[in-house]
Design a binder for this molecule. Structure first.
Ligand SMILES: C[S@@+](CC[C@H](N)C(=O)[O-])C[C@H]1O[C@@H](n2cnc3c(N)ncnc32)[C@H](O)[C@@H]1O
Length: 220
């Protein structure tokens, strides 16, 4: 029996994933007027990401069910106590990570989101899941909110905000990652600079593509 597989979290996650699946047409409609080139440019931009995510402010944009289970497994098996997350959205990934912290005996999860309505939704979901006490949601651009007040050591980092910022966010956290800390980067193929960095020989990480969308890295 774990927090992940029991009430209230299990039925809550089922509902949130069902709602995320059902929202895919609406999500597509929010960017339907953009050409493929314009979408690719926004995804790669280190300055215009706010435009893209503003259009998507009602979209869950959630990790997959499999990635959620993977996050829980990695956080549990590494006995994580301190976790940082870039990109909260409605808090689906946050719920998995916070559940692992609870089952590890407690800890602290700092997560970051710049859309105020998403912060409110994530807070409501974490409250419904009985996990809000473990989570600090920092509202604002993560380039600022994650630049101060982090724990001395960090056990796990989830990168799931604007893809072009993965290198910058990693650099904010890097000095605090303990040896053996894990980094999960969702949709990392959209952040080639990040992938090149964590895979570079002698760069301080072991890293490999894992499952469908994830780059999994370990701090050496
Ligand atoms: C892919 S979604 C996150 C999904 C979430 N991890 C989940 O699985 O439930 C990305 C989120 O990051 C937020 N975001 C993107 N860039 C950000 C930034 N620089 N600072 C804060 N939030 C950001 C977006 O508003 C969006 O809600």
């Amino acid at each position: 029996m774990t927090t992940l597989t029991t009430t209230p979290l299990a039925p809550l996650l089922d509902r949130l994933f069902d709602e995320a699946d059902a929202a895919s047409a609406e999500t597509e409609a929010a960017v339907a007027d953009l050409s493929d080139e314009a979408r690719a440019r926004l995804m790669r931009s280190k300055t215009d990401y706010r435009d893209l995510y503003g259009r998507l402010k009602n979209a869950p944009l959630a990790i997959s069910r499999e990635t959620g289970t993977l996050l829980y497994m990695l956080a549990r098996s590494s006995h994580a106590r301190t976790i940082v997350e870039f990109g909260t959205s409605f808090g689906i990934s946050t719920l998995h990570l916070a559940a692992a912290l609870k089952d590890n005996g407690g800890g602290r999860l700092i997560t970051s989101e710049f859309e105020p309505s998403k912060v409110a939704q994530a807070r409501a979901n974490l409250t419904a899941g009985g996990l809000i006490d473990l989570v600090e949601i920092r509202e604002g651009d993560a380039l600022h909110t994650l630049s101060v007040g982090l724990p001395d050591t960090i056990d796990l980092l989830l990168l799931d905000g604007a893809k072009a910022l993965y290198p910058e966010i990693l650099s904010l956290v890097e000095g605090r990652l303990r040896p053996g800390a894990l980094i999960v980067a969702d949709n990392a193929e959209m952040s080639p600079d990040y992938v090149a960095y964590v895979r570079s020989p002698g760069g301080g990480y072991l890293s490999l593509p894992f499952a469908k969308d994830v780059e999994l890295s370990m701090r050496m």
